[in-house]
Design a protein around this ligand. Structure first.
Ligand code: IPD
Ligand code: CA
Ligand code: CA
Length: 282
């Protein structure tokens, strides 16, 4: 679209091209479910192919810019002020299981700050994009975070800890206290789309611990440009350093932090009949 900058156009074109391969491969995955080995190797190849396609297209457009890639690691470009932060397939477990909820995430960073982001969900043809100071959009529609002011109205997304991930006890504790105060909790399997859905006002909040910069880089900007707040779980700005994230509108941010933040104290028990399923832990 004409109101997109050349930078966003480059990101969008790269994402759409890589996504064509992913969608083709997603079609194959279904067939592979029944094989004994399952589609795991095939999916990791799909992931790598998508990353290679993104790197080729973005380097052509900005040859001096380096990359932080989920699969390929970090390369420092000639112009170290800038960096692409990329997850070629966010929602791998969904993809692997034939669940149509995954995305390509491309963030563009300048001197440690996100200045452009694209999260593309090719199955639903939803292209979420944002540029610093210019707003956030899905396709051509401007995004705004939801206006709900009460936890009891809020639908909140998270990432449930799973095999091989740390802090299951902490997660259960946070969830057991928060889930009885909100309208619903969701686990979509794509952090990038969780943030995009907060930007779109679909989710009222999203929190997760121990994720990576490529999971959140583009999504952080989407939420901020949609008028929302994104912090780490201490309420600060060390998102990449801690891997912890909380996104919501500015009204719900503080109450959510009281339940899932590093210093959670579970102060407000409006709906629950008791103090949650598990004992309070300081
Ligand atoms: C994962 C997804 C998931 C989140 C995990 C991430 P991947 O990324 O974003 O929602 O809970 O922590 O690692 O592995 O699908 O790229
Ligand atoms: Ca990811
Ligand atoms: Ca990934």
């Amino acid at each position: 679209m004409s109101f997109r900058s050349p930078l966003i156009n480059v990101m969008v074109a790269a994402a759409r091209k890589a996504a064509r391969g992913l969608v083709r491969d997603f079609g194959e995955v279904e067939q592979l479910q029944v094989s004994r080995k399952g589609p795991a190797d095939f999916v990791s190849q799909a992931d790598l192919k998508a990353e290679r396609s993104l790197v080729a297209d973005l380097s052509k457009a900005r040859p001096a810019v380096g990359f932080l890639l989920e699969e390929g690691g970090e390369t420092i470009g000639e112009d170290p002020k800038y960096r692409w932060i990329i997850d070629p397939l966010d929602g791998t477990t969904n993809f692997l299981h034939g669940i149509p909820h995954f995305a390509i995430s491309i963030g563009f960073e300048k001197e440690g700050e996100m200045i452009a982001g694209v999260v593309f969900d090719p199955i639903h043809d939803e292209l979420f994009w944002a540029e610093k100071g210019k707003g956030a959009y899905v396709n051509d529609r401007r995004l705004r975070v939801a206006g709900r002011r009460e936890l009891r109205e809020a639908v909140v997304a998270t990432g449930i800890t799973h095999l091989g991930r740390p802090e299951p006890d902490r997660f259960i504790r946070e969830l057991s206290h928060l889930m009885v105060e909100v309208a619903g909790v969701r686990r979509s399997g794509s952090a990038a789309l969780d943030l995009a859905y907060v930007a779109a006002g679909r989710y009222d909040g999203y929190w997760e611990r121990n994720i990576s910069p490529w999971d959140m880089a583009a999504g952080i900007l989407l939420v901020r440009e949609a008028g929302g707040l994104v912090t780490d779980l201490a309420g600060g700005s060390k998102l990449f350093e801690t891997g912890n994230v909380l996104a919501s509108n500015d009204v719900l941010h503080r109450p959510l932090l009281q339940y899932v933040g590093d210093k959670a104290s579970y102060p407000v028990m409006t709906q629950a009949t008791g103090p949650g399923l598990l004992p309070h832990v300081p």
